[in-house]
Structures are given as structure tokens and as C-alpha cells.
Design a protein around this ligand. Structure first.
Ligand code: A2P
Length: 332
């Protein structure tokens, strides 16, 4: 089997570290793995396949000899370095939002729109974490009966913001429990023991950028600009795992029994829906399972085509690193 030179850009970050772990777990055929980050962490080491690999500072010559680069160092780094990598002949899978809505860049969730992958010109975009889990959950419904409308509210963990936010939740929790004033650095308000209806920056229309990403990316991935979508995104004091409450209206009616049967047969989805025994997807379960978990499935009480559900997935894994590595596997 061919082996590839792979680079992880942002290797010291919350998603980057998960990318390195998943490349190992899934036995990705690697010749050399190059770990890149900012000058702040150059020289640090990260263990990969029983070797301590030194993190290197990202620079314009980082991509010589690199076949595939997984980027997760934020939009500004991607905007500057992805074109340099592509010019070198490296294929880039970019986890930032920099190129997601570019019409020449496929936005891929393998379970949903694998067919779009072949259209790539060197860049493949990895969708936003909250989009990935929602489209995986809704694709079987889209295929079976069609979808007219989606109303989604998210409950997103702090790891989606990055490693500094994980530290902030831990530190603030400890400060509050010890009767100290919580110190705020990453978020505009205290996140411990609180909920912020504010993820990313506000746009002129009153929605946040995170909410607009969910709307635009879902339409692009489904290849359907007509689906009506509205979103509210909230940050909750949870370390790992994003949860979503989704209400949708289908084109044709479908029973909950039929939907459950479809989900039981769908790869990448785990149905956790046994209310008599208090079983439903929980954010902490996303630290164990890679599947997108679905539960609380129920018909709306007034709208015959309305369905409610609760969707949970690991935002660092299926919502980011795992989806990126799955794309890389399909490429090779
Ligand atoms: P570093 O650890 O050196 O700051 P997170 O999303 O968890 O905050 O992680 C962001 C990742 O992106 C980290 O690996 C971080 O490296 C990396 N990063 C941030 N800015 C740059 C930059 N200008 N050049 C290269 N890597 C960067």
C-alpha cells in the first residue's frame, strides 16, 4: 500500500491533537507525519506511534514533500497558508471556515455528499462541527421523505472554541466553587455555571456567524438552497460534545417507527431512544461513541409533518478531526 507524507497544521490545538490521535487509531498509511503550529509551541513534542515528534513552526516552506495537509489553526492561518500548500501540490483538508462557501471547494461529510469530493481543486473543506452532526442525522430523512423546514437550537461545548476555552471553563468552575471571582479571558461572559446565546461574532441581520454557518453549510451540503432553516446557537458549560434540539417539517409524512428502523440501519448513526429507561443521547456519551447519536424522536403535536429530535456528537471527533481523516481516507 502507498504511504503518504501528512502534515497537521494546528497540531497542538484541541482539534489538531485529535487529528493526530485519529490518524493513529485508524492506521492511516503515513510515511512521515509533520506537526505544525505557531512559534509559541515549536519544539514541543507530541507522541505518535510510540515516537515523540517535534512540533515545527509553520512557514512558507512547510509543505515541500507533503501529500496531504489537515488544517485546523483557524481561518486567518488557512487563508494565508492553504494557497501556498496547494501551489506545492499538497491536497488540503481545511477545518476552518475560510473556504467552506467557495463554490470551487467541496464541503464534505462522507455519509452525506461523498459525490461532491471529486470536484475538488486541491482544497476540501470540513464543515462546522454543529453542521456535520445535523446533516448526518437529517440525510436519511431527506432521502426518504424530503425536508421543507428545519429549526435548530444548539448547546455547544467549550472545546469547540479551542484549548484556551477548555482551560477557562475548568478554571472558572474551580474559582467559583472556591468563592473566588471568575476570571474571564476567552468568552465575553462567565461560562462556568452559565449559558451564552452567542457563538462567534454577530452579523448585521442579528444572527451570529455560527448560526449563519449552520444555515449556509447545510444548504450547500444538501445541494438544496430551498430548505428553510433557522438556527440559534448557544455555548454551554460542557467540555466535550455538542447537543442539538432539531424540529423539522418533512415533505411527506413518515412515522416515528419507520424513522427508527431507518436509523437502526444507517452507518454512522446510533439510535439512543428508550425513554422508559431514561435513555437518550448525552454529551458525555460522545467521549465514548464516534457515531452521531439520535434520541427523543417524537411527532409534533400540531403539525402532521413535524418531527422533534435530540442530536449529540463529539465536536472534536466527528464534528472535526474524524470527518477530516475520513475525507483523507477517501482521497487516497
Ligand atoms: P499554538 O499552540 O502554537 O498556539 P485551538 O483551536 O485549540 O486554540 O488551537 C489552535 C491551533 O492553531 C494551535 O495548534 C495553535 O498553535 C495553532 N495556531 C494558531 N495560530 C497559529 C499561527 N499563526 N501559525 C501556526 N499555527 C497557529
Amino acid at each position: 500500500m502507498n504511504k503518504f507524507n501528512v502534515a497537521v497544521v494546528g497540531a497542538t490545538g484541541a482539534v489538531g491533537r485529535e487529528m493526530v490521535k485519529i490518524l493513529d487509531e485508524r492506521k492511516f498509511p503515513i510515511k512521515d507525519l509533520v506537526l505544525l503550529a505557531s512559534e509559541r509551541s515549536a519544539g514541543e513534542t507530541i507522541n505518535f506511534r510510540k515516537k515523540e515528534l517535534e512540533v515545527q513552526e509553520l512557514n512558507t516552506s512547510s509543505f515541500e514533500d507533503i501529500d496531504i495537509a489537515l488544517f485546523s489553526a483557524g481561518s486567518s492561518v488557512s487563508k494565508k497558508f492553504v494557497p501556498i500548500a496547494v501551489k506545492n501540490g499538497t491536497i488540503v483538508i481545511d477545518n476552518s471556515s475560510a473556504f467552506r462557501m467557495d463554490s470551487h471547494v467541496p464541503l464534505i461529510v462522507p455519509e452525506v455528499n461523498l459525490g461532491d469530493l471529486k470536484k475538488h481543486n486541491g482544497i476540501i473543506a470540513n464543515p462546522n462541527c454543529s453542521t456535520i452532526q445535523m446533516v448526518v442525522a437529517l440525510k436519511p430523512i431527506l432521502d426518504e421523505v424530503g425536508i421543507n423546514r428545519i429549526i435548530v437550537s444548539t448547546y455547544q461545548s467549550v472545546s469547540g472554541t479551542g484549548k484556551d476555552a477548555i482551560d477557562e471553563l475548568a478554571e472558572q468552575s474551580s474559582q467559583i466553587l472556591n468563592n473566588k471571582k471568575p476570571v474571564r479571558k476567552v468568552y465575553p461572559h462567565q461560562i462556568a455555571f452559565n449559558i451564552l446565546p452567542h457563538i462567534d461574532v454577530f452579523e448585521n441581520n442579528g444572527y451570529t456567524k455560527e448560526e449563519m454557518k449552520l444555515i449556509h453549510e447545510t444548504k450547500k451540503i444538501f445541494g438544496n438552497s430551498k430548505i428553510k432553516i433557522t438556527a440559534t446557537a448557544a455555548r454551554v458549560p460542557v467540555f466535550y460534545g455538542h447537543s442539538e434540539s432539531v424540529y423539522l417539517e418533512t415533505k411527506k409524512q413518515i412515522t416515528i417507527k419507520k424513522l427508527k428502523n431507518i436509523y437502526l440501519k444507517t452507518k454512522g448513526i446510533k439510535l439512543v431512544d428508550d425513554i422508559d429507561n431514561s435513555k437518550y443521547p448525552l454529551a458525555i456519551m460522545s467521549e465514548i461513541y464516534d457515531d452521531v447519536m439520535i434520541g427523543r424522536l417524537r411527532k409534533d403535536l400540531t403539525e402532521p409533518n413535524g418531527i422533534n429530535m435530540w442530536i449529540v456528537a463529539n465536536n472534536l471527533r466527528k464534528g472535526a478531526a474524524l470527518n477530516a481523516v475520513q475525507i483523507a481516507e477517501l482521497l487516497i
